[in-house]
Write a new protein. Structure first.
Length: 263
């Protein structure tokens, strides 16, 4: 769906529909969070509208927006157009639909930071492929002669080649504070994973980072307020919330692909 007006005009139309909402602005989009649980994302650069939220609230929001825009499409010299682009054509042979960011036939890369849990990493890679995304995993892209830190700086540097990152926090190490003593030993992620997580957060922003946490482990004390998506046995447990996070960041995912990735 597209809305060619301004932020103020869109806000007025939502109020005409009887909605009360909170507004959050990011570098890429403006989000309207309705009191009934519906969420509307608007991308000013592309004029794209995206509805989210619980099924009932999302459906009601889509229906109301279509109605009021249709009723007022003569209001501007250039009519406000709204096109249905959210229903993606089912691909033959269950092929996965591309994301909004896909261009020139290539998949948008998602940076993956991980520790020593190879099973969890492989599960995440498979899930991303099912969603139609391309995981960028450092150990799978060797041959450049770069260290891990150099490769990460190159990939998430000023050019912002990677628009989204996923951090796999797995209990690979054990540690404790000297002041607390060894009896308070706790599982924790490897220190390089924590460092790379910080680089991702500072480079592309916490709204564009999903942190998947396996079981119980100690998290950095200065990283509170960051959204952690927990799982216990399999990364697919995170798919519903991970898909929401990706969609909020601007990726348009096919419902069938999300269902497939969850199974």
């Amino acid at each position: 769906m597209k809305f060619s007006g301004t932020k103020a005009e869109l806000q007025d139309k939502l109020q005409q529909l009887g909605y009360s909402f909170e507004i959050k602005e990011t570098d890429n989009f403006i989000q309207f969070r309705m009191q009934d649980g519906g969420i509307l994302n608007w991308y000013p650069s592309t004029k794209t509208l995206q509805c989210q939220g619980a099924s009932t609230a999302k459906s009601a929001l889509q229906s109301k927006i279509n109605t009021i825009l249709d009723d007022n499409n003569t209001e501007h010299t250039r009519p406000v157009m709204i096109q249905q682009v959210e229903t993606i054509t089912q691909k033959q042979n269950s092929a996965i639909s591309p994301s909004t960011f896909k261009s020139n036939g290539s998949k948008e890369k998602v940076f993956v930071v991980h520790g020593h849990d190879e099973n969890a990493r492989e599960q995440l890679e498979l899930i991303l492929h099912k969603l139609g995304l391309e995981p960028f995993v450092l150990q799978n892209t060797g041959g450049s002669g770069l260290t891990i830190i150099e490769a990460l700086e190159n990939e998430i540097g000023s050019a912002t080649k990677t628009k989204f990152g996923i951090v796999l926090l797995t209990p690979d190490d054990l540690g404790y504070s000297q002041s607390e003593g060894s009896e308070n030993i706790k599982p924790r992620a490897r220190q390089n994973v924590v460092l790379e997580m910080g680089m991702l957060l500072s480079s592309i922003g916490r709204r564009n980072v999903a942190i998947l946490q396996k079981g119980y482990l100690e998290t950095p004390s200065d990283a509170q307020g960051i959204l952690y998506i927990p799982f216990n046995k399999h990364v697919k447990e995170t798919v519903p919330k991970l898909a929401d996070r990706l969609q909020a960041s601007g990726f348009e995912l096919d419902a069938a692909a999300i269902s497939k990735a969850s199974s």
